[in-house]
Design a protein around this ligand. Structure first.
Ligand code: GLV
Ligand code: MN
Ligand code: MN
Length: 473
């Protein structure tokens, strides 16, 4: 015979499990959701913090992510395994369409601005709160790889999918951003889209007259891709201060540290200060056989000497953190039997210390002047294209990224980014943070660039968890 006490206990347990079921905490439902990867029913009982259980519900579809990366890499102007995707070319437009389509499939509402920054928004349940953003770029320098930037765009869309499948509901809206032209390839200016979002008046003005190497104007190129239709002034792109409550970018490290130390996640605390210069020399040129050596004003040798001076000044800074590269050196008329009458040099120099980087620029300028006078050539241009300060990540974002890594049991370290990213400019309008994942031997900007699906999966999980945390702040 069942005692009254035992009957009451059973009744109590039954009603408790009924309450749990009503609150969507039925363990059977959780197991089914876990198995299917999709929530069984929409909850209106919004959490005030990502529940600990979120960790076990974050499932990254790494196979699909890898397939998307491979598919996107086919929109390229050079053969695989290299990728070349230059701003506003046909391949860039097709790649953008691919991303917009994926954003749509993930249920994001998609919009574009006048230069083609693309935004995909998942509305939060408090949609009047300022959103949290994440994203990166998909343009690729000539003969580069398929992961630079792309992991931060496709990975961000997958992070949204991961959160949706887990049943999570964001409080603040979450926005995925594809930034226009992080790479300076076509118009010589890096982070074009994010620089404008951060409100660069100087760039908005310059773009009215900027042309590419084929003399195609920025506005004409933008219009051919379907942008900048309304008018020549693209300052409509500027974000208002406070447009995002936080911005996080996922990116391959592009350096060897994480792989060498066997770590899963890099948490970026600062981005080094980049600068780029354009220098032109002009000499008399002439016949390669007839003009004797003492009578030459060789613009090509002036450029060569300047390239060596860049190396000397960079090494002379006394810090391993100072770097300098001459990535473009063009000679005119470019004939073996003609003394170069014009040369064009483009110099990239960076440092984590802005003053030390600026000192190097000053020394390069002095060398260019001296070399020109010694060789009897004219220094017809010495232009500082950009001389950007470094950016610091925001503590609130660092804390969210660290907490996410810990909760996911992933090894991580704080580090600086020597490469620049759109985050450098997003830091001007929003608290910013960046997540790095390892890449093979630190290779980047070359076809051998590679990140494993496993590492990308970890990065996407930490990104998803970080976005969840920031959206509830
Ligand atoms: C980005 O592409 C960089 O050059 O750092
Ligand atoms: Mn790059
Ligand atoms: Mn990049």
């Amino acid at each position: 015979m069942m005692s009254l006490r035992f009957f009451l206990l059973l009744l109590f347990q039954f009603s408790v499990s009924g309450i749990l079921a009503i609150n969507n905490e039925d363990p059977t439902a959780k197991t089914m959701e876990d198995f299917s990867g999709y929530p069984l029913h929409e909850s209106t009982d919004y959490p005030s913090a990502p529940p600990n259980s979120l960790v076990s519900f974050l499932r990254v579809d790494t196979t699909t992510l890898q397939n998307q990366i491979d598919e996107l890499s086919t929109f390229s102007d050079t053969p695989a395994p290299s990728v070349t995707r230059i701003l506003y070319t046909e391949k860039d437009v097709l790649a953008r369409r691919y991303i917009k389509n994926l954003m749509g499939l993930s249920g994001l509402s998609v919009r574009e601005d006048a230069v083609g920054n693309i935004f995909g928004r998942w509305d939060g349940y408090e949609s009047d709160l300022v959103p949290v953003a994440t994203g990166s770029h998909i343009d690729a320098i000539p003969y580069s790889g398929k992961y630079d930037g792309v992991v931060g765009v496709l990975g961000a869309i997958e992070a949204i999918n991961v959160l949706k499948r887990s049943g999570f509901k964001p409080k603040r809206s979450l926005e995925v951003v594809l930034f226009t032209s992080e790479e300076p390839t076509r118009f010589g200016i890096s982070c074009l889209g994010s620089r404008l979002l951060a409100g660069s008046e100087a760039l908005a003005e310059a773009l009215k007259t900027t042309v590419d190497g084929q003399n195609i104007s920025f506005l004409e190129a933008a219009r051919s891709a379907g942008y900048a239709k309304e008018h020549d002034d693209i300052s409509s792109v500027f974000l208002k201060e406070g447009s995002y409550s936080a911005f996080v970018e996922l990116h391959i490290e592009q350096g060897p540290i994480l792989e060498a130390e066997g770590l899963s996640i890099g948490i970026v605390t600062a981005i080094a200060a980049p600068a780029s210069l354009k220098v032109d020399f002009e000499g008399n040129g002439g016949h390669a056989g007839a003009v004797l050596m003492p009578n030459r004003n060789d613009a090509g040798l002036a450029a060569a000497e300047l390239a060596l001076a860049v190396e000397k000044h960079v090494l002379g800074s006394g810090s391993i953190d100072t770097v300098g590269t001459v990535g473009i050196l063009e000679l005119h008329p470019g004939a073996i039997n003609s003394i170069p009458s014009k040369s064009h040099v483009e110099i990239d120099t960076r440092d984590i210390d802005e003053k030390r980087r600026n000192d190097v620029i000053e020394k390069i300028h002095q060398s260019a002047t001296k070399i020109a006078s010694k060789r009897g050539v004219r220094l017809s241009e010495f232009k500082i294209v950009n001389q950007d300060p470094p950016a610091l990540s925001d503590n609130s974002v660092i804390e969210a990224m660290e907490a996410a890594s810990k909760e996911l049991n992933l090894t991580h370290k704080l580090m600086i980014s020597r490469a620049y990213h759109d985050s450098l400019f997003m830091a001007r309008v929003s608290p910013m943070g960046m997540l790095f994942i390892p890449c093979y031997k630190g290779y980047s900007h070359k076809p051998e660039e590679y990140a494993s699906s496993h590492d990308m999966g970890n990065g996407v999980k930490v990104l998803a968890m970080t976005l969840a945390k920031l959206s509830l702040n």
